[in-house]
Each structure stands twice: as structure tokens, then as C-alpha cells.
Design a protein around this ligand. Structure first.
Ligand code: PEP
Ligand code: MG
Length: 292
């Protein structure tokens, strides 16, 4: 089977009737880029930037981040690299941010909430990203969005960062920007959100957690954690429709995107991109290529 899948290397992910779906890969470190290339992903659909922050005693500075992002972009040539801004909190914690302990961390101070409350942390990352955007096909995406106001605030901060770089005569570019759809709130207002961003990427891990009110970390609840729940699947459809209505694209970067029993259904729903673990890229591509 492995040898058969290898036949799909170097081929586009297109159905027999000509529908193209981008099959990208999820990564969590620079060394993962080798697996992305080995498995011939068409891009990186989710680069979890947390690895730069975890297991450290202080925040990574702008230079360290810039060098890392640039390296990944250059290694990927002109292929799309979607870097997600810091998604820390909940299960991922660091001492130096002083986040403290919470009774309900999954519903707590995490991800974009931290970035908007501590804009210095956010701005350092954005400066590094805008500078790195000169070196490849970068897109930025923002996690855990629940409101239009958050997106407007992000846009203001990005504009401030760009103005600073310009003033300092540091080369930069403003890349494509999208948001993760991983809360039911974002799904319900996706038509408004779609007007403000370039794309949606559905985080089915958190979307399942928040839709079903089931802590994704709680092993006692494993049998109830069902991303195939009709509520989750309908939310995916709503999100795709909301994006398309505004002329934007929508993908899935949660684990469900790699579930090949659903690949046909996602394509029928109109999905534009599936971002999966590098080891799943060719399986998903083969499913797409076998479709009528
Ligand atoms: C998700 O929630 O589906 C997702 C891709 O983000 P993470 O798993 O990093 O929370
Ligand atoms: Mg998530």
C-alpha cells in the first residue's frame, strides 16, 4: 500500500471531473518540513508556532522568530506556508508569561485572547512574520476567534506593525491573512467574518470540543468526543458556504481533515483545502484522485 501511495507523489490532488483540492501538511517544528517534502504536500496549512515559545525561560525575540520563519519559507520554495500565531494557554503553558492556573483552561485565557491583551507579545511575532513574508509564500492565521471585533483589532495591530517597519525602513510585506474557525460563535457569524479575512481554516479539534461541550483532554470522555457528530459536520458546511459567499476559500486543519472516510463528503461540501499530518498527505490525495 505504501508503494501504491508513492505513485501519488508529484501528482496534483484533483478529482476525475477536475475539482482541485489543495492537500497541505500540519507541522509543529522546523524539522517536520522534511516530512512535508518527503510526502509531497502542496504546502503547509498549519504551522503551529508554539514550539518557539514552549520549553523556554523567556519569550523568543524577533530575530529568532524571523530567522525560523524565513528558513521554513525558503525551504518550501514558492509553496504556501500558513503560520498560525501563538496559540498558548489551555493545555500548553509557559511560566514566563505568568498565565497562572485556571479552573477551566480550555475556556480560559488562551491564544488570540492573550495576544490581544498582551500586544507586545503579539507585535513581536507579527513583526517577524511581516519581515519573513518577503522570502516566500506566507499566510498568517489567527486562532480561537469568536468575534468581528477581534478581527478588526488584529487588523489595526497589523497596520501599526507595518507602519513601524516602514518608518524603520525594514523590508516587509503584508501576507494573506485568515482565521481559524474553531468556535461555534465563529461559525454562526462566519458570513461577517469572511468579509474581513482572506480565508478560513476549520480547527475541528477545538470545534468538536466547544460544540459538544466535551473537554478534548479528558480521557474519561473519549467515547463521547465524536467529530463525526452531525452538529460538527453541519458547522463545517456552514463555514464553507460562508467563505464562498464572500469569494474566500475554506480548508480544514483539524485532525478530522485526515479522516479518509470523510474525504468525499468534504469535497462534496466544497472544501478547498485539507491540511493533514505529513504521513496522511498521500492517502488523502489518493482519495481525491479516485473521486468522480
Ligand atoms: C484544532 O483545534 O483543530 C487545531 C487544528 O488546533 P490545535 O489542535 O492546535 O488546537
Ligand atoms: Mg485549536
Amino acid at each position: 500500500q505504501k508503494r501504491l501511495l508513492a505513485n501519488y507523489k508529484g501528482r496534483p490532488s484533483v478529482t476525475k471531473s477536475g475539482r482541485k483540492v489543495n492537500v497541505y501538511a500540519n507541522i509543529g517544528s522546523v524539522s517536520d518540513v522534511a516530512y512535508v517534502q518527503e510526502n509531497d504536500a502542496e504546502g503547509i496549512g498549519l504551522f503551529r508556532s508554539e514550539f518557539l515559545y514552549l520549553g523556554k525561560t523567556a519569550l523568543p525575540d524577533e530575530t529568532e522568530q524571523f530567522n525560523t520563519y524565513r528558513q521554513v519559507l525558503q525551504t518550501m520554495g514558492g509553496k504556501k506556508v500558513i503560520i498560525r500565531t501563538l496559540d498558548i494557554g489551555a493545555d500548553k503553558n509557559v511560566d514566563y508569561l505568568g498565565l497562572g492556573k485556571e479552573d477551566n483552561p480550555a475556556m480560559g485565557y488562551r491564544a488570540i485572547r492573550i495576544c490581544l491583551k498582551q500586544p507586545d507579545v503579539f507585535k513581536t511575532q507579527l513583526r517577524a512574520l511581516l519581515r519573513a513574508a518577503k522570502y516566500g509564500n506566507l499566510a498568517i492565521m489567527y486562532p480561537m476567534i469568536i468575534s468581528v471585533d477581534e478581527v478588526l483589532r488584529i487588523r489595526e495591530i497589523v497596520a501599526e506593525v507595518a507602519a513601524e517597519l516602514k518608518r524603520e525602513q525594514i523590508p516587509y510585506a503584508i501576507p494573506e491573512q485568515g482565521i481559524m474557525i474553531e468556535t461555534p460563535a465563529a461559525v454562526m457569524i462566519c458570513e461577517e467574518l469572511a468579509e474581513l479575512v482572506d480565508f478560513f481554516s476549520i480547527g475541528t479539534n477545538d470545534l468538536t470540543q466547544y460544540t459538544l461541550a466535551i473537554d478534548r483532554q479528558n480521557e474519561k470522555l473519549d467515547e463521547f468526543y465524536n467529530p463525526h457528530h452531525e452538529a460538527v459536520l453541519r458547522m463545517i458546511q456552514m463555514t464553507i458556504d460562508g467563505a464562498h459567499k464572500a469569494g474566500k476559500w475554506a480548508g480544514i486543519c483539524g485532525e478530522l481533515g485526515a479522516d479518509t472516510t470523510l474525504t468525499e463528503r468534504f469535497v462534496e461540501m466544497g472544501i478547498d483545502e485539507l491540511s493533514v499530518a505529513p504521513s496522511m498527505v498521500l492517502s488523502v490525495r489518493s482519495k481525491i484522485c479516485e473521486m468522480a
